[in-house]
Design a protein around this ligand. Structure first.
Ligand code: B3K
Ligand code: ZN
Length: 881
């Protein structure tokens, strides 16, 4: 049987896609649901009593979603009911119901066996839940869809010694002791919510308490629950929460609404965190930090994720999504809000650069791959597969473009109108844009195409300067290539923030007193003319990455250096450096392919030299200027991706930079290597970043000196950033001390899984042939736990995602290794499997040998008898390319 036949056959007998266009309001509404959980490891019973009302005119049966449940009984208006049928695909159909009734459903679940971490499960000793997107149906039969909003009350019963804390959404209203050493706590959440925001936690924790007084003067109790012994790692998370609450009041005029806000940190969690109403559940990675165990990046990540989940209270919880196709309504907007939060508190440019790196290194390839979808997808098989960089990060870029087009004032008016119109409702992306349009009186009809069109637009820029009448004319052409999901592409509304530099590097006035302007590109091709331009300018385009596009302009090296030195926007300076690097990367890849000599001209080195010695630039920005396009990101620069040539050309360039600027890197390292008390403060973070980047460049060329520095740095450092910085240099430079310092780290930290994640990720990104062999051995390491998603991401994910060259080893070993892990994970935790598969499905532009090797592995997955829908969706789409 040919591959195509088997693919078609498999597709035929498997799950179908759901379509946005099929949306219909629910036939029934639920006003209240009272839950009672009697918690036991393997036999937890759930009693769910709902007040249900038919809203449709027709007397249709009631369909309730339900999966992996043991049904104990169904009662309608307190009487045992049997007129229902269980549906194999996951649910129950109840017939002959009255117009309005009380529905009681009793189910049993097995939390201890639930290793998919969806629904009710055990994380270590604690019980916890994850219901977004469709996990509540693994707790009870319910109208598990985001547009059914009900008031929840929850009674939790459990052993009192093992589970002193019993938590759920809303406010605590009752508690008491029961027979047999058990106790209960009852909670009521006054705000109607969809089931995906339900949460329950039971466990024994250490708790950090605090309070926050909102701007209207209400006192809110704050509580942070962590595993026993971790209280010394909670200060930063609590501070971040208070900063988030204050920032949302100041910038968005949004205040917290319940009397208590709780955050629980757990070790077994599929994602970063979850915004359940009043009871956020977090991956402990995004809560726990002290200087010894967490890096600067961890500190910043915690602040951002705490902010993100907190901001969801309005954008997501108070106003939620009508259906899951609208996910970007809450996620794109909330990512935008958390990015703004981080930028207002820290460095705007450095944050912007980090976000753009994510777009270019990862989102662009998603948009060009088999899973390409618009920020508002039109068809979905497994919803969990759509918590993507496109929905989140590109979604945020779309909100940012709205912000650019409207300006802060009108954007905030739009937000206010959105809240005023839709508080307490489940709405659509169209509703959001309508509020923005109505508040600003700016026409956004064309702009809305960003919601329905996938793919990264290419913008080709040409210009012409007329020195007789002093006019400068600039022409933009946009073209989006067909994507896997959508052949036909239309022109988009693309805001282009522009600045023109004159021959002395000064910004030219573009309109009264203004030297920058946002042009609206709305057609396939458009020309803009600037008058009174005295000399041929250097155009600084897409300032601040004003649109999520790839753009091309035939910049000379000199022009790029001008932008690097003179652009008023720090992001543009960085971007010009990236463009210059990419230009030579493309050249050198070609040279390698044609067996010609590689080159990096003096002008390039000189340009970067002046960056390194600059006294005015923020050290963090300098560090970013020396963080060049990754091998992953570089793939997007080519039509045909030559893994080997990209690796070798990039390596040559880094080696060349390290050699030619060696003394300056040493000097920079020494200047910024300061021994002082640790503070997660923006200036100190910047210095550590530049110092540790310099150390890497030193390690590339002078192993002896680098070895010395690494050992001394580890010896004297008082924080994880510097410790890990030294280890990273030892790892990348394969320094003589590498194995000793790795071992010492392991011996110190082996009991702390989160810290060991950093170590596993280093092992996985080791730039050497034997890396895969090492990884395989590390599965037996004392700190490795296969079931823990964090460990898996650090070891397997870091290898497949970041160690591009070795993962794509032409012998196929990387592909085979990943596939073997996916086969194991398919039945344990399909959600995590489905995230890890990404590098295996984006293969279309690789060489034929690698394509065949990958297809062979994907076909192994395809024929698994119990292939989870999460993987099924991606594997079939990948093979159909
Ligand atoms: N809303 C959650 C993500 C849920 C993912 C479900 N597979 C976290 C967040 O975006 O804030
Ligand atoms: Zn979110």
């Amino acid at each position: 049987m040919s591959q195509v036949d088997s693919l078609e056959e498999v597709i035929e007998k498997n799950p179908q896609e759901k379509h946005l266009s099929d949306y219909r309001p629910s036939d029934y509404s639920i006003s209240t649901i009272d839950l009672e959980f009697d918690l036991f490891d393997n036999q937890t019973t759930v009693k769910a009593i709902s007040q249900v009302k038919r809203v449709s005119a027709k007397a249709t049966p009631l369909f309730l979603f339900g999966e992996s449940l043991k049904l104990l009984s169904v009662l309608v208006d307190d009487v045992d009911y049997s007129d229902f049928e269980l549906i194999e695909e996951g649910g129950m159909l109840i017939n002959s119901l009255p117009d309005s009734f009380k529905l009681e459903i009793n189910t049993e679940v097995d939390p201890a066996k639930n290793l998919a971490f969806e629904g009710l499960y055990k994380s270590g000793e604690a019980f916890c839940t994850q219901c977004e997107a469709e996990g509540f149906r693994r707790i009870t039969y319910y109208l598990d869809r985001p547009d059914v909003l009900a008031k929840f009350s929850t009674k939790v019963i459990a052993d009192k010694t093992l589970y002193p804390y019993l938590l759920s959404n809303g406010n605590q209203v009752d508690q008491g002791d029961l027979e047999g050493g058990r106790h209960f706590v009852s909670w009521v959440d006054p705000f109607p919510k969809p089931a995906y925001l339900f949460a329950l936690v039971a466990g024994d924790f250490d708790c950090l308490k605090d309070t926050y007084t909102t701007k209207s003067g209400r006192e809110v109790e704050l509580a942070l629950f962590v595993d026993k012994g971790n209280l010394d790692k909670t200060q930063h998370a609590m501070l971040s929460l208070k900063k988030s609450m204050q920032w949302d009041e100041q910038r968005f005029n949004l205040e917290y609404d319940l009397d208590i806000y709780m955050i629980v940190a757990v070790d077994f969690f599929n994602m970063g965190a979850m915004e359940n109403k009043g009871l956020n559940i977090f991956n402990s990675k995004f809560v726990l930090a002290n200087p010894q165990s967490a890096t600067d990046q961890d500190y910043l990540g915690i602040e951002a994720v705490i902010g993100h989940e907190y901001f969801h209270n309005w954008t997501g919880n108070r106003i939620t999504c009508r259906d899951w196709f609208q996910l970007s309504l809450k996620e794109g907007l909330t990512v935008f809000r958390d990015q703004e939060f981080s930028s207002d508190l820290g460095s705007r440019s450095v944050n912007r650069i980090a976000n753009v790196m994510t777009m270019r290194d990862h989102q662009f390839s998603e948009d060009a791959g088999p899973m390409s979808h618009p920020i508002r997808p039109e068809s979905v098989m497994e919803m969990n597969n759509f918590y993507t960089l496109t929905v989140y990060e590109k979604g945020s870029e779309v909100i940012r473009m709205l912000h650019t087009l409207l300006g802060e004032e009108k954007f905030q008016q739009g937000m206010q109108l959105y809240v005023q119109r839709h508080d307490g409702q489940a709405v659509t992306c169209d509703d959001f844009v309508a509020a923005m349009q109505d508040a600003s009186a700016i026409d956004l009809i064309l702009f809305k195409r960003w919601y329905s069109q996938s793919g990264t637009p290419n913008v080709f820029v040409t210009d012409h300067y007329n020195n007789i009448n002093n006019t400068y004319q600039i022409t933009f052409k946009q073209k989006t290539l067909p994507t896997a999901d959508q052949a036909k592409k239309l022109p988009l509304h693309i805001p282009i923030d522009i600045e023109l530099l004159d021959n002395k590097g000064n910004a030219i006035e573009l309109s009264k007193g203004r030297t920058t302007r946002v042009l609206s590109l709305t057609h396939k091709e458009q020309t803009f003319v600037f008058q009174n331009v005295k000399s041929k300018p250097v155009p600084c385009l897409f300032r601040g990455f004003s649109a999520p596009v790839k753009y091309q302009y035939a910049y000379s090296d000199e022009q790029l250096l001008d932008i690097m030195s003179f652009a008023s926007d720090e992001f543009s300076r960085w971007d010009a450096g990236q463009t210059l690097f990419n230009k030579y990367l493309v050249k050198n890849v070609k040279a390698l392919q044609q067996k010609e000599a590689l080159e990096l001209p003096e002008i390039f080195i000189d340009g970067f030299k002046s960056v390194l010695v600059s006294e005015n630039l923020d050290p963090a920005l300098i560090a970013d200027m020396f963080t060049f396009t990754s091998e992953n990101g570089a793939r997007e620069l080519f039509e045909y991706v030559d893994i080997d040539a990209i690796h070798h050309a990039r390596h040559f360039m880094l080696q060349e930079i390290a050699t030619q600027l060696h003394e300056l890197f040493v000097d920079t390292y020494l200047r910024h290597h300061k021994l002082k008390a640790y503070q997660a403060d923006i200036n100190d973070i910047a210095e550590r970043k530049l110092k540790n980047i310099s150390l890497i460049f030193i390690a590339l060329v002078d192993k002896k000196l680098a070895n010395e520095y690494v050992l001394a740095q580890i010896d004297s450092c008082n924080n994880m950033t510097d410790h890990l910085g030294a280890l990273t240099a030892a790892n990348i430079g394969l320094l003589p001390c590498r194995s000793d310092v790795m071992k010492a780290f392991d011996d110190t930290w082996y009991e702390n899984g989160l810290v060991m994640d950093k170590w596993f990720a280093l092992q996985a990104s080791m730039p050497c042939e034997k890396v895969l062999n090492n990884i395989e051995n590390l599965f037996n390491h004392r700190s490795f736990v296969f079931n823990n998603p964090n460990r898996l991401r650090s070891l397997v994910g870091a290898f497949a995602q970041n160690n591009t060259y070795h993962f794509h080893n032409i012998d196929g070993s990387g592909y085979q290794f990943l596939t073997e892990q996916l086969i194991k994970l398919n039945s344990l935790n399909p959600q995590v499997a489905s995230r890890l598969i990404t590098p295996l499905i984006q293969f279309k532009r690789l060489d034929e040998v690698r394509i065949q090797l990958i297809k062979k592995q994907l076909n192994r997955l395809l024929v698994l008898p119990d292939l989870a829908v999460d993987l099924y969706e991606k594997v079939t789409k990948a093979l159909a390319q």
